[in-house]
Design a protein around this ligand. Structure first.
Ligand SMILES: [Mg+2]
Length: 407
């Protein structure tokens, strides 16, 4: 069987932690945990040395410190990761005009028709891996090559780190069959036990299950899972760069310094950003709050969330926790918020995002979606939170009010 399509998925190995080890040789070979050591902090990335102790992304920092007492906590340097990411994405662009970034450190690369230039799928994978190593000065990536996005993504993770895994189309079903069901895109901490309870432990089990019976147990998601189990995934690689950040700043008619007013404007920014993230199919992991005082001095604080979100309420909640950290007391003339560490919502495996978690915030998210739909139809501003009524004149019409996307 020939390859109907050739898709590579490249994913950096322990990206943030490896970047820290790259820049600081004294950290190499050591258990590095990127994330704040604070009580409420979460692990963003752990080096492979720390993973041996069971430390994982999104784990509370406290738990990570218990599992790995010798772990070295390093605060994230987001700008540096962005800089490295730009080099990596540019290197991918040398292989194909169609590169779909899923996050800072991960992308699909459309390689169909590129055999003349780069040889066999195995050679393609090797060259991509090598290019990443060279442009970053020593970071490694793992690459999966297959004829669907789904299989390519599972393949890049198969032999991590620093590996190339090629799954030819005729082998894809047999290759997936023995994998645990958690490898199905979208199967998370609720779906996995549910599958296991009905006796389905492997992807092969799901593939062979009677589809009507499976539907009874899983609902509409069953078709999605059976398609994946059959190595079917028709989605193409769509060229896009993930935005660096998305923000909303408002200059006010009057300087403010009470918490309630600041929260009101933060709420508006969060709503606005959430709507734009959803519209673009993005989720953000980082939230930054910016305040500018009457002397035009800017202050900002930022935080990374345990998992990426496109949900205004979560953006707002994160923003509110940041307000306590500002030492300047105002009064402020500008309140702004930005979401950063943006990734494609097409990366459902990332940080365990899945159908289940989508359900937990179902209600308010459903509300946000409804508001999106109404705004789309009738224009913005028609739907307002009850608390916002009467405050619409607090934003200055004469000074810049910015909604921005940094690509
Ligand atoms: Mg990665």
């Amino acid at each position: 069987m020939s390859w109907p399509r050739i898709i590579a998925h490249a994913d950096m190995d322990a990206f943030y932690a490896s970047a820290e080890q790259l820049d600081d040789p004294s950290l190499r070979g050591k258990p590095v945990i990127v994330g704040p050591r604070s009580r409420r902090g979460v692990v963003l990335t752990a080096s492979y040395e720390a993973r041996k102790f069971g430390v994982k992304s999104a784990m509370p920092a406290v738990q990570a410190a218990q599992l790995c007492p010798q772990g070295i906590f390093v605060p994230p340097r987001f700008e540096r990761y962005q800089e490295l990411s730009a080099c990596i994405m540019q290197a991918f662009g040398d292989f194909s005009p169609v590169v779909e970034a899923l996050s800072l450190d991960e992308a699909f690369i459309e390689m169909t028709g590129a055999s003349g230039l780069f040889g066999s799928p195995q050679n393609m994978g090797q060259q991509i891996r090598q290019a990443v190593y060279e442009v970053t000065g020593g970071l490694t990536a793992s690459v999966g090559v297959a004829s669907t996005k789904y299989v390519a993504k599972v393949a890049s993770d198969f032999n991590k780190p620093n590996a190339v895994t090629v799954v030819p189309p005729e082998d894809a079903i047999a290759w997936l069959d023995p994998m645990p069901v958690r490898r199905l895109w979208g199967a998370g901490p609720k779906t996995v036990p549910r599958l296991e309870r009905i006796g389905l432990y492997t992807i092969g089990d799901v593939r062979r299950a009677d589809s009507q019976w499976l539907r009874k147990h899983l609902g509409s998601a069953s078709e999605h899972f059976q398609r994946l189990a059959n190595a079917q995934d028709r989605r193409g690689v769509s060229h896009r760069r993930v935005a660096r950040s998305m923000g909303s700043d408002r200059t006010l008619t009057q300087d403010i310094n009470n918490a309630e007013d600041i929260r009101y404007h933060l709420r508006r920014s969060a709503d606005r950003i959430g709507e734009r993230l959803r519209r673009k199919g993005y989720r953000a992991r980082g939230v930054r709050v910016k305040l500018k005082n009457h002397a035009f001095k800017s202050f900002s604080r930022q935080v990374l969330l345990a998992r990426p979100t496109d949900h205004a309420q979560e953006l707002f909640d994160a923003g509110v926790t940041l307000l306590d950290q500002f030492e300047n007391n105002g009064p402020y003339r500008l309140v702004g918020m930005a979401a950063y560490d943006i990734q494609s919502a097409n990366a459902p495996e990332q940080y365990g995002l899945n159908f289940d978690q989508r359900n937990t915030t179902e209600k308010s998210q459903a509300l946000e979606k409804t508001v999106d739909a109404i705004s789309e139809k009738f224009g913005n501003g028609l739907v307002t939170r009850a608390g916002n009524i009467g405050k619409s004149k607090t934003v200055s019409d004469f000074t810049p009010n910015l909604d921005f996307i940094e690509e």
